[in-house]
Design a protein around this ligand. Structure first.
Ligand code: SF4
Length: 234
């Protein structure tokens, strides 16, 4: 087990270095993403569906980000996933396509998923606290987070993940209902209405600062242990 974890850690580190050297995008084709949202009847009983929420998001003008966005990004994945990953907001690639986490950070996130036996098409849902791209990838403003938060809460009520992994400060603060920074929030398991929450750094931050890799690895191991425990108790 230790050898496997060590191997996976080396893989993650190597990928980070490839990305920092600008090599990964050319050596590895973009990950193919299959969007697979199950019909409403499988995950809920007579209430709203993810598709209805996505339709509202596509037409939303509740904050100023609607003026500069190209395409809102409601999120993608399966209902009742092992993990719902929640990031900050769409970047340039996501804004062009409407698909979450498909730029460099998203490709790096796919490596994290693989390291703990997850993949987007079978056992994950990936979303953001902000559905429209902030101009220039700036931090989301508090009023934008407040305006967009109800969509995420409604999505969570339908998606019902086994655990939540929050990526970065803003998502961690929203889901953990805390003002603390990510350095203080990560390293322990929180709870969102009974769902375990594992905060960790945003993949973009780790690509900028490789010193964060060890902390992320510890967070992923914590998440994997939680998933194993949930599976044992099912
Ligand atoms: S960021 Fe959220 S609240 Fe603001 S316009 Fe987009 S969907 Fe609406």
């Amino acid at each position: 087990m230790m050898n496997r974890q060590l191997f996976e850690l080396i893989e993650i580190i190597n990928d980070t270095e490839d990305l920092n050297n600008g090599g990964w995008r050319t050596e590895h084709p973009p990950v193919e993403i299959r969007l697979k949202t199950r019909p409403a009847a499988e995950g809920q009983q007579g209430s709203e569906t993810l598709e209805q929420i996505a339709t509202e998001i596509m037409a939303c003008r509740a904050c100023g980000l609607c003026e500069s966005r190209k395409i809102p990004v409601p999120g993608a994945g399966v209902l009742r996933p092992a993990v719902m990953f929640i990031g900050e907001g769409p970047g340039a690639e996501e804004d062009k396509t409407g698909i979450p986490f498909i730029g460099k950070a998203g490709q790096y996130l796919d490596k994290w998923l693989a390291a703990i036996d997850l993949n987007r098409s079978e056992n994950c849902f990936i979303g953001n606290i902000i559905k429209c791209r902030p101009p220039g990838n700036r931090d989301p403003h508090p009023d934008e987070i407040t305006a967009c938060r109800p969509f995420l809460i409604r999505q969570l009520n339908i998606i019902k993940p086994d655990i939540i992994i929050t990526l970065g400060r803003f998502a961690s603060q929203v889901i953990c209902n805390s003002d603390e920074g990510i350095g203080r929030l990560r390293g322990k398991t929180h709870s969102y209405h009974g769902i375990p929450v594992v905060p960790t750094y945003h993949p973009s931050a780790v690509l900028r600062n490789s010193d964060l890799r060890g902390s992320v690895w510890n967070d992923l191991k914590r998440a994997k242990d939680l998933l194993n425990e949930i599976e044992r108790n099912r």
